[in-house]
Design a protein around this ligand. Structure first.
Ligand SMILES: [Zn+2]
Length: 841
């Protein structure tokens, strides 16, 4: 059959390609027969694979149809995306295995527990989890899933039957349904009958924000460890339910690239990943190489991509005894595009993904026992690590913030990590931990490596380049207190059911209600109160009342002169307390130790109307993180103003305008910048993040003194210049700052130090007046992650926050990302403080 295949290949990959020439045979192995009763993709979706970009609804429909027609396939829905699209999973194996599937799964998981004794790996199926297009605008994966699922359902003969008998395939046709749908719409809408490979065509330049991300513009291939998004939650549940041996993640890269498969850069593997993992990845790679050689497709491995951050789909499995594999296909983006390698057709990209999906299961089949033995050995090898370790447990908690503590525990729960409550309240290293607001995570359990990957701090590295962040230490990201414990003596009972937190009001008052600002969801509560038209004030100083100490930022709601009468107010606040999971205290008097409740040191808080700039010029990730924070956590309405519409929008409706990081000094053109300045002069608050600093600086919103790097290359060869420059990138690390808790930007923080995430090299000199530096990096600020020596010198004692009055308004700048990837709960309050207390700064 090769003779027939070759001319078709040349025609499609080379010259004169039109859509009429693509057939299903182009993708499929031709030396076997296919079950005629299985519907082909075109029979169901109305076009050939690769002729149009598959939309998620059609993809789902085909998979459902296939599951009905084939006794090899079952389909399940594991949840839904933000836009309500089902998160489907196909389980594919022989009908015989299907009848015994639960036992197969139980045995498979048992292999990783108690030494896997009594199980014979030579008789056990291998489990392969294959997932596609987590970046929605890298569509060849999901499109290949059509042909691949058809192949698994319809292929006949002993080869496929033996393979499926030896294997359970978990097929996730679209890791990112919302993004895929958005991208398919774009590519199909702009497709011409006469396919046009000119890269200047609109087809190849998606409009902002593009289809890469999910609904709230998150890169979901960074969320495998933090599991903050619904799509990741479904995937992680499947992962832990099955503990697959191999997990594949099919992506796309630049149009001029060929095809990449892991292993990646050998020096950039996380030290918690065993060496054998990479050796097995390389052996699996020989199957991809052979398959791609056979169809004449160029490829590479052991370059560019790394295996460091466990939040990525191809790296997360590596700390779980599995083997994660990244595939990257040069993207045709639309239907056909010119490239350095000639005309790149969409079907060609789909075929490479199909081919490596197939070579993956060929490798899995041939290496089955070896890979199963590796998984068993992985868990055997680490079984005693926890017991032998000097640290017996991690303790974390925040006695002022139950919700934040709870959300960190929730991550552990989703990863099936065991944790305990405290037997009794405790003080460790000067920090107090209260039962119910702290948890203990013993290392002596199934996967101590996964726990380490979440809790440990790392500051030394074998390489100075990182594909993604170099640190993600969860207790720092949550800004909770934490400690390494040498004993488990204070461990209470295991938490087997993480109960939701209950909010409450202590009673009905005829005078006032109080709540401290520390709890994570207090901004949600305050916003509800202000939206209702109620008056609330915040304390600029601590005070003591009725035996209780109240900190800076405490919210006071007086009973008199409100829209609601005393009973109505109590009922409403009870609802607010429950929805926001906070405790509200009713008090009977205004006479305190410290500022009395009627003092001028209580400042009134106005209802805020917040807008955020989105669209061209703005980084969609940074904007999406903020949108998600307001919308899903705090239930605060936020208006997304597109930069292109700014000229015709009346800004006077808004109290605050957030400017996320973007094109630096060119975020807005001169006339739009002038408009924002005028609005600030009239009393608006503009809040900029990261490189919005450059826009503020250039347009004189704010006087900034930037600390600049003067590093010059010496003895660096031409071919080393990339690494030299790369080493100066601060790709994402965690730093410590001192905070002045009396400054409103820091209200709600109980400690004098804070951990901040930073991925820029913008370093600001502190103000001469110390009170203008409420957040300042310490002398030795690196807590976790990589930063170059040169930048370490710059960051010391610099400031990540500046604010100034401008006319009647205010300018606020954060050089760090306080909203990073939805899991940096610890600094979310800084932005909320800027919103609600900006007037007081
Ligand atoms: Zn990708």
């Amino acid at each position: 059959m090769k003779k027939i295949l070759l001319p078709i290949f040349l025609l499609l990959a080379g010259f004169g390609f039109t859509q009429n020439e693509v057939t299903l045979d182009y993708y499929l192995p031709q030396n076997i027969s296919y079950d005629a009763s299985i519907p082909k993709p075109a029979d169901v979706i109305g076009h050939e694979v690769g002729e149009w970009h598959i939309t998620h609804d059609k993809l789902l429909f085909y998979m459902q149809t296939l599951a009905k027609a084939s006794d090899r396939i079952t389909i399940e829905t594991r949840g839904e995306t933000f836009e309500g699209r089902p998160l489907a999973l196909l389980t594919i194996t022989t009908p015989k295995n299907h009848q015994n599937l639960d036992q197969i799964r139980k045995d498979h998981v048992a292999l990783t527990e108690n030494g896997g004794t009594g199980l014979n790996t030579s008789e056990m199926p291998i489990v392969v989890y294959q997932g596609f297009s987590i970046h929605g605008n890298e569509p060849s994966g999901s499109n290949a899933a059509l042909a691949y699922a058809y192949y698994l359902a319809a292929a006949q003969g002993p080869e496929i039957e033996t393979m499926l008998d030896n294997m359970v395939v978990l097929l996730d046709p679209s890791f990112n349904p919302d993004g895929l749908q958005r991208f398919a719409y774009w590519a199909n809408t702009n497709r011409s009958i006469n396919l046009n490979p000119d890269p200047n065509d609109r087809e190849y330049a998606e409009v902002w924000p593009g289809g890469r991300t999910n609904h709230y513009w998150f890169d979901m291939n960074r969320d495998w460890l933090p599991v903050q998004l619904p799509e990741s939650r479904a995937r992680i549940k499947t992962f832990h339910k099955w503990l697959p041996n191999i997990l594949t993640d099919h992506h796309e890269m630049g149009t001029n690239s060929t095809f990449f498969f892991q292993p990646g850069e050998p020096t950039r593997v996380h030290p918690l990943t065993p060496k054998i993992n990479q050796e097995l990845t390389a052996e699996i790679g020989t199957y991809h190489a052979k398959a791609l050689d056979k169809i004449g497709s160029l490829y590479y491995s052991e370059e560019n991509y790394d295996d460091y951050y466990y939040g990525k789909g191809s790296t997360f499995p590596d700390v779980n005894g599995s083997i994660g594999i990244l595939f990257e296909q040069g993207s045709s983006r639309g239907h056909i595009q010119e490239s350095e390698n000639g005309i790149l057709t969409f079907p060609f990209t789909v075929r490479n993904q199909f081919t490596t999906a197939l070579s993956t299961i060929e490798a899995a089949n041939n290496m089955r026992t070896k890979i199963l033995d590796y998984q068993k050995k992985f868990y055997n090898d680490i079984a005693l690590e926890g017991a032998k370790s000097k640290t017996k447990a991690y303790l974390f908690g925040d006695h002022k913030d139950a919700a934040k503590t709870w959300h960190l525990a929730e991550i552990l729960d989703r990863h099936q990590i065991k944790f305990h409550e405290l037997k009794s309240d405790a003080t460790v290293n000067g920090k107090s931990y209260k039962k119910g607001k702290a948890y203990m995570v013993p290392l002596n359990q199934k996967n101590p490596r996964l726990i380490r990957a979440m809790f440990e701090k790392r500051t030394s590295f074998t390489d100075s380049l990182f594909y993604d962040v170099s640190a993600w230490t969860f207790p720092l990201a949550f800004n909770v207190d934490y400690a390494e414990l040498p004993t488990l003596s204070n461990a209470g009972s295991e938490i087997t059911n993480l109960e939701p937190i209950q909010g409450n009001v202590t009673g009905k008052s005829n005078y006032a209600y109080l709540f401290e600002w520390h709890e994570y969801y207090t901004p949600k509560a305050l916003n509800s109160i202000l939206e209702k038209g109620l008056r609330a004030k915040t304390a600029k100083s601590p005070f003591r009342l009725e035996g209780k100490q109240y900190d800076y930022g405490t919210i006071m709601i007086p009973v008199q002169n409100q829209k609601l009468d005393a009973t109505g107010l109590y009922d409403f606040l009870l609802k607010v307390a429950k929805e926001s999971k906070i405790q509200i205290t009713a008090v009977a008097t205004g006479l305190t130790k410290g500022i009395d409740l009627g003092s001028n040191d209580f400042d009134p808080i106005k209802k805020q109307n917040v807008a955020i700039l989105v669209g061209d010029g703005i980084r969609s990730y940074d904007a999406g993180e903020i949108w998600h924070l307001f919308d899903t956590r705090y239930d605060i309405k936020i208006t997304k103003i597109d930069t292109k519409n700014l000229s015709r929008i009346d800004l006077s409706r808004y109290t605050d305008l957030i400017v996320p990081s973007g094109w630096g000094s060119n975020i807005l053109n001169d006339s739009k910048t002038k408009k924002v300045k005028e609005w600030v002069k009239q009393g608006g608050t503009v809040i900029g993040f990261r490189n919005a600093a450059n826009w503020f600086h250039k347009n004189e919103f704010l006087k900034l003194e930037l600390k600049k790097d003067t590093l010059v290359a010496k003895n660096i060869a031409f071919d080393q210049r990339g690494d030299f420059r790369g080493a100066q990138v601060t790709g994402g690390a965690i730093f410590e700052a001192n905070i002045d808790r009396s400054h409103p930007v820091n209200f709600g923080y109980k400690n004098d130090k804070i951990a901040l995430f930073r991925n820029t090299n913008i370093y600001l000199k502190p103000d001469k007046q110390s009170y203008n530096n409420p957040i300042q990096y310490t002398d030795n600020p690196l807590l976790s992650g990589y930063i170059s020596e040169e930048n370490t010198a710059l960051i010391k004692n610099s400031v990540p926050f500046k604010t100034t009055r401008y006319g009647n308004g205010r300018v606020i700048l954060f050089t760090d990302n306080t909203n990073f990837r939805a899991f940096w709960y610890g600094t979310n309050k800084l932005l909320m403080n800027a919103i609600f207390f900006g007037d007081m700064m």
